[in-house]
Design a protein around this ligand. Sequence first.
Ligand code: P6P
Length: 338
Amino acid sequence: MKQQFRTLDQFIIEKQADFPCATGGLSRLLRDIGIAAKVVNREINRAGLAGVFGETGTVNIQGECQQRLDVYANEQFITALKRGGECCAIVSEEDEELIAIDPGILGNARYIVAIDPLDGSSNIDVNVGIGTIFSIYRRVSTGGMVRPEDVLQKGNQQVAAGYIIYGSSTMLVYTTGNGVNGFTLDPSLGEFCLSHPDMMIPDHGRIYSVNEGNYIRFPEGVRRYIRYCQEEDLLTGRPYSSRYIGSMVADFHRNLIKGGIFIYPATTAAPNGKLRLIYECNPMAMIVEQAGGAASDGQTRILDLEVRELHQRSAIFIGSKSMVEKALEMMEVYSDVY
Ligand code: P6P
């Protein structure tokens, strides 16, 4: 059946009707993010011409060299969120401290946004897919400035999560807990248009995504799973294909559509894993579960993990449910063996 044309704004407003008590705040917040995404997309597309490639010479909280576009994207999303009036605090990969917004200025802004403004930015200068990841919580404290309990909420408390992928086309994919929908930016309209309604990840796939350069540093359970993926087996379609872009949003998006598993485990070099819980693992875990997949840190469901600090890292096994279950089975059998 031919799909009815709908822009992101039209879709958000339509879906707001699913929440009778909705005040429109979350809808406006999602639209604010969509606007900032279009601005960032334009700059990424002209980066080579506008001389915004390359490093700033500064280092972010993660100890990573900041790319000019990292800083630009961070500024655009923070500005859009501050101006939108719905957000009372922002956790950004690019900022060590929480960005608290005075509720006195914004009245009763109720949402906390955690964001990785430009994930995979080391790929910018080589024209490989990069992305923005966002996670939205409702404030739990009342009155005055936000409190730690507002920000350090478990992933199962998210009210929305999504990402933008700046690839061969630019897409925004998000969930508010009622399924996952994808929107493709139509440059001729300057609008995100519904292109992938009700996204579901295949329960099984033939793609595994892991940086095998770290093989020697992996726990035995991961090494065993990688070898399992490489064995010949007609029933499960093995050997699988190894696909690793080095940009979580791009690797995740491909697996969401085709089926597959993405693994960034704890290693001897990164005993807590590399990816950040609040603005990378939790939002992607909400999306994948809403699409019928699974996400774990190797023992615990990602969305149930205790959140203790802003830039907390976590191991992650995320993707097609049957593939994640198989990897966790191996982690169980070979637990704590390096
Ligand atoms: P490695 C990008 O820097 C990132 O945070 C994710 O987007 C990506 O999946 C991962 O790190 C790549 O890390 O160690 O394989 O280069």
